[in-house]
Design a protein around this ligand. Structure first.
Ligand SMILES: *Cc1c(COP(=O)(O)O)cnc(C)c1O
Length: 228
């Protein structure tokens, strides 16, 4: 379902069209568009594809691999120091230091070993990077994320380690209606006193915004289909 598919027909550049659709979905839900952060997912895109979006004013970007981000972003950030980079992909503990140095938010905290690696990395770097706990919201075998039952325990470990957990993140099962999974993530967040909700991608971000998303992660609707 899209709340405002007719806006697709407007002759707007993709970024403006996405912003308009976010604003419309937020308004339907009695929310402010300013309370929804658009994270432009630039994985696999070269700098030449990213620069036009920066030119149009987009400042929050997301990548899913630390090494790819390290190759691409330092030069862009030097030219535009107000850019904020989010990590949305699985993170290996041995990359925690690199991730804490480069990223301004990490959406993929999913296990105690990574939590402790991030705590050490943040202590060493002298900076606290906001975190989202990724939840395996559809209890899928192959999917990353912490089991729903393990969320409270992971959150209390994070609090004990003085880690700034801003909210929860999910990628719902493919091919079925996402709304129940977004609603469930919202309930788990509320039950645990968290306000951040990183949910919604190109195909379902309006639904996510209506159900309380504070961060939508949008790639292909902004940049076009990814090759492979
Ligand atoms: C690639 C990716 C996205 C963006 O997906 P699109 O369908 O291209 O919008 C969002 N979240 C995560 C975790 C991703 O890996």
């Amino acid at each position: 379902m899209t709340a405002a598919s007719h806006l697709n027909d407007l002759a707007l550049p993709p970024l403006a069209a996405i912003r308009a659709r976010i604003a419309r979905a937020a308004a339907l839900a009695g929310r402010k568009a300013a309370d929804v952060t658009l994270v432009a997912i630039s994985k696999t895109r070269p700098a030449e594809a990213i620069m036009p979006l920066i030119g149009e004013g987009q400042r929050v970007f997301g990548e899913n691999r630390v090494q790819e981000a390290q190759a691409k972003w330092p030069a862009l950030i030097e030219a535009h120091p107000d850019i904020r980079l989010h990590l949305v992909g699985q993170l290996q503990s041995n990359k925690a230091e690199d991730a804490v140095r480069l990223f301004d938010a990490i959406h993929s905290l999913d296990r105690p070993s990574l939590l402790h690696a991030l705590a050490r990395a943040m202590d060493k770097a002298g900076r606290r990077v906001p975190l989202f706990v990724q939840v395996n919201i559809g209890a899928e075998d192959q999917k990353g994320g912490c089991a729903i039952a393990d969320v409270p325990g992971l959150l209390s470990e994070a609090r004990a380690a003085d880690l700034p957990v801003e909210g929860l993140m999910c990628v719902p099962p493919a091919g079925i209606e996402a709304a129940p999974f977004f609603a469930l993530l919202g309930k788990i967040a509320a039950d645990n006193g968290l306000s951040g909700l990183s949910m919604g991608m190109s195909e379902d971000f309006e639904t996510a915004v209506m159900l309380g998303a504070t961060h939508v992660r949008i790639g292909s609707a902004l940049f076009g289909a990814r090759a492979g």
